[in-house]
Unconditional design. Structure first.
Length: 176
């Protein structure tokens, strides 16, 4: 009879385990349902916000179109395009000239800044602070370090320290 009692006890334990699993299942399903409802609410809120923003943009576009049409109607008879062309050509020329001066000034400032890293003529510095190595007058090409390469290229450029004075006077002339 002990085998039968053991089988009955095992069957009761299995039944109890299944009952326990089934009791937990509704709780798990409720938790999943709540999580999915939360995700749904977030998605609905985002959709509603996007819809409201879209409607706002549509209203703004409509208002801007109305303003444009009214401005076009008001300005249509005022000035012929041929008269404006001369003013536009002159403004374009002024803009190109100003832009050229601006970029020339930027280039001069960059050259001035880069030239400040160069030593004076005939001066050899024992250590370059950013390189950590010893510089010699016979160095033909720098190591792979970007700082040494840029200094090498600058030192080989046609810009000399005397040109810096010319550039600074030019910048002072333009009020920069």
């Amino acid at each position: 009879m002990s085998n039968i009692e053991e089988e009955v006890q095992e069957a009761q334990e299995e039944t109890e385990e299944e009952r326990h699993k089934h009791c937990q299942l509704p709780g798990q399903l409720e938790a999943e349902k709540a999580e999915e409802n939360s995700k749904l609410q977030v998605a609905l809120t985002a959709r509603n916000e996007a819809l409201a923003e879209s409607q706002k943009v549509e209203r703004e576009v409509f208002e801007l179109q109305q303003q444009l049409e009214s401005k076009n109607a008001a300005l249509q008879d005022q000035v012929p395009c041929n008269d404006i062309q001369l003013v536009l050509d002159q403004a374009h020329g002024d803009l190109v000239s100003t832009t050229t001066r601006f970029w020339n000034t930027v280039d001069a400032l960059q050259n001035r800044r880069l030239a400040s890293y160069l030593p004076g003529s005939g001066v050899i510095q024992a250590d370059w602070p950013e390189q950590g190595g010893v510089a010699t007058q016979g160095d033909d090409f720098p190591s792979a370090s970007p700082n040494r390469l840029s200094r090498f290229l600058i030192s080989r450029s046609p810009l000399r320290l005397t040109n810096i004075d010319i550039l600074s006077k030019t910048m002072m002339h333009f009020g920069l």
